[in-house]
Design a binder for this molecule. Structure first.
Ligand SMILES: [Zn+2]
Length: 70
């Protein structure tokens, strides 16, 4: 996996949080009948401030995070 660059705002270490594809709970699907199944997401979060980027896949989230550090 591509290395995560430090946070562009505070320079702290970033972490990746991967949410695998899943169905939403029975309760939530009753509230929102049109809600599609979650296809999985990934978040890169700073450990020092509230900076965060999201992507459909870990690779996309990391690419987006690293792009912002340029
Ligand atoms: Zn930060």
């Amino acid at each position: 996996m591509t290395e995560l660059k430090p946070c562009p705002f505070c320079g702290a270490k970033a972490l990746i949080d991967i949410i695998p594809a899943h169905r939403h709970s029975e309760w939530l699907r009753k509230q929102i009948p049109d809600l599609p199944d979650c296809e999985g997401e990934a978040f890169v979060e700073c450990t020092g401030c509230t900076a965060m980027v999201a992507g459909d896949t870990p690779e996309k989230a990391i690419a987006e995070w690293n792009r912002r550090t340029q």
